[in-house]
Structures are given as structure tokens and as C-alpha cells.
Design a protein around this ligand. Structure first.
Ligand code: MF3
Ligand code: CO
Length: 292
């Protein structure tokens, strides 16, 4: 039991009544119960309003950095230069680059740059971009302990029909997947929407990498497969996760580069495209947290 009354002045010294200042606000009981159920059953963290506000800010900064880095991606520029520019933007914004030193072996850079046949987790290098290249730039930031994650394709035009196709199909897959989001949707319906569209366009869907819960940690439950699957977990308000379909022109299989244990290339060296957003499930639908 609280030993002070709601009408006493707040402990913080603001002079305001406690109830108008730092009185602890409990979320509605049924939301509380749902959060406990999701944690226990699926290890999914349904975010509180306070966490959502923090993650929203992190996502906006992440998307702003991605936008600026994409504008620099032109013929003649190296991905290492893009990485350096991104590192500087992270510093100026007061955010930490989540990929830097992440995982085993530690990821060596601030952003992922995945070129042409690289599916994901590409490591920046000294090769200048040139006409005909397609590049995925993936930015993930930590702001005040909260995470945001998004990526986009950049085309160094003119590009071949096949490369353009994977850029456009992966974009459309992400849009279609987001448009159906609402509480009660089952996770497998996301993969179904993506694989139905991608295969109708003659492309394949990567199944070795998935979207993921995000916000309090970089990679949280649940996994969000982009391929056809059977995950019967209903979406619930307060869930935050990424959708990041990787779409190949040829075979879906990837091979991880043994020299760095990060970069995944298509097994047939054909083109791969990917777009990523972080989304929040709301009471009535969804909000794209990384949309500017
Ligand atoms: N969006 C990518 C992911 O969730 C970001 C990878 S950063 C890395 O996998 F450090 F893991 F490479
Ligand atoms: Co991600």
C-alpha cells in the first residue's frame, strides 16, 4: 500500500500533486494480463506505452540516418565511405550503431551493405559502386536503450531487368505484408502474402533469415518468416517487429562467406533484394515506426 496520499506533493520536488506527477500509472488490467500471457507462452514482449514512445524515437532516427546514407550511395562511392558517413551520423544523433561488434564473430561495421548477389549482412569494403549495381543499406540504432531497424535498396541506374525486378518485388512484398497487419492476424499469414506475390513474379523467398521482434533488444521473439510457414501466433497490440523480406531472382538458397562468417550470397550468384521496416501492432491495425 502506498504510504502517501495521491494528493500530497510529489516526491520529485516539482510541487505538483503526486497524482499529477510521478504517480505510477498501471496499464489496463487486461493489457497487463495479455502481456504476461505472451511473455510466458511465446517469450514475446508486448511493449508498454512508455517503451513504445522510446522505440518510436529510435526508429525515426534510424530511418533518418538510412535516408541520408542512401542519398550518398552513388557511382564512385565505396561502401566503406558510406559506413564512415553513417558512423558520423550516429555520433551526431547520439545513437549507437547496433551492428557494430554485434554477434560472433563481431560484425565489423556500423551498417550492413549488401551488393547485387549478397542477400544480407554485407560488410562494407573498398570497391566503388558502379552503374548497374543494386545495394541494400541496413541501419539499426540504439537510442536510450531502445532499438530501431530498417533497410532499403538503392539502384545505381541503369540496372539490368533482373536486378530491377528484385528491388521492386522485395519492396512490394514488404508493402503487401504490412497492409494486412492487425491484432489477431496469424504470423504465417505474413509469409503467405510475401511468398504468393514473389513466386507469382518468378522470384524466390529466402528462408534462412527472418524478421524479428525488436525494441527492447536487437533480436527478440517472435521470428517473422517471410516464406510459407505454419506459425500460428496471433498478433497482439503492443507487438513490435521487423518485416524484411529477402527476394531472389533465382534459387532461394544462400551461402555464408566462410572468410567472414557474415555475408550471405545467393547460391547461384543471381540478384537479391530486400526492404525492411519496424512495425507496431496497434488496437486497430499497425503503425510503421520507421516511416519518415
Ligand atoms: N536488419 C538486420 C537483421 O536484423 C541487421 C543485421 S545487423 C548485423 O539481421 F550486425 F547483425 F549484421
Ligand atoms: Co532486422
Amino acid at each position: 500500500m502506498p504510504s502517501r496520499s495521491r494528493n500530497e506533493s510529489c516526491w520529485c520536488g516539482s510541487g505538483k500533486k503526486w497524482k499529477k506527477c510521478h504517480f505510477p500509472k498501471a496499464p489496463p488490467l487486461n493489457q497487463n494480463q495479455l502481456a504476461l500471457d505472451y511473455l510466458k507462452k511465446y517469450q514475446i514482449i508486448l511493449k508498454t506505452p512508455e517503451q513504445i514512445a522510446g522505440i518510436r524515437k529510435a526508429c525515426q532516427l534510424t530511418s533518418q540516418i538510412l535516408d541520408k546514407v542512401c542519398k550518398k550511395a552513388q557511382a564512385g562511392v565505396t561502401t566503406r565511405e558510406l559506413d564512415g558517413f553513417a558512423a558520423q551520423l550516429h555520433k551526431e544523433a547520439g545513437v549507437i550503431a547496433a551492428p557494430l561488434y554485434y554477434g560472433h564473430p563481431p560484425f565489423p561495421n556500423s551498417i550492413c551493405t549488401s551488393l547485387n548477389e549478397v542477400i544480407c549482412h554485407g560488410i562494407p569494403n573498398d570497391i566503388p559502386l558502379k552503374e548497374g549495381d543494386i545495394l541494400n543499406i541496413d541501419v539499426s540504432c540504439i537510442l536510450d536503450g531502445y532499438y530501431g531497424d530498417c533497410s532499403r535498396m538503392v539502384m545505381i541506374t541503369p540496372v539490368s531487368l533482373e536486378r530491377r525486378l528484385v528491388c521492386e518485388v522485395s519492396y512490394e512484398c514488404l508493402q503487401r505484408a504490412m497492409q494486412i497487419l492487425k491484432p489477431g492476424l496469424l504470423i504465417y499469414e505474413i509469409g503467405e502474402a510475401i511468398e504468393n506475390y514473389a513466386t507469382a513474379q518468378g522470384c524466390s523467398v529466402v528462408n534462412q533469415f527472418v524478421g524479428h521482434g525488436v525494441g527492447v533488444h536487437f533480436h527478440e521473439a517472435p521470428q517473422i518468416p517471410h516464406h510459407r510457414n505454419r506459425l500460428q501466433i496471433p498478433l497482439a497490440p503492443g507487438m513490435i517487429f521487423t518485416i524484411e523480406p529477402m527476394i531472389n531472382a533465382g534459387r532461394r538458397e544462400g551461402v555464408i562467406d566462410p572468410s567472414n562468417q557474415w555475408e550471405a550470397r545467393t547460391i547461384d550468384n543471381r540478384a537479391s533484394g530486400q526492404w525492411e521496416h519496424t512495425v507496431l501492432i496497434t488496437d486497430t491495425g499497425y503503425e510503421v515506426l520507421t516511416l519518415l
